[in-house]
Design a protein around this ligand. Sequence first.
Ligand code: CO
Length: 150
Amino acid sequence: MKTFLRNTGLAIALTTAGWANAECSFDLVVGDYLKFSMTDMIVKKSCGTVTVNLRHEGKLAANMMGHNWVLSATGDVQPVAMEGMSAGLANHYVKPNDARVIAASNIIGGGETTSLTFETAALSSAGSYTYFCSFPGHSYGMRGTLTIVP
Ligand code: CO
């Protein structure tokens, strides 16, 4: 099921029916501002493949207010973002072949959309994962937590 979640601040809850809020596909919205529409994503490991759809509802071009969705271990965010900045827009602000990058979308500008998929096989419910925008200067505020649940 695809949902169109805005961050509601809801806590992660394990119910008898399973993990509340856990999904295999996510639709995120970004715009001419520095935040994602969701700051927590809860992914079921059993999904196997996860889809992230990113839509930029703003007006500014990719070189002015570009956004992407990059996933790494939380401890890798800063170096991945720093080296991504050096890689430049031509590389979507992600260093090519960076093994610390679990998944990354293209940079998009206003009116554009992009999608990516990644596998849950290598991800663990014991891990700490953060998604962020690697456009220069965006990663500090434009980030969220990705949690793996069974
Ligand atoms: Co951004």
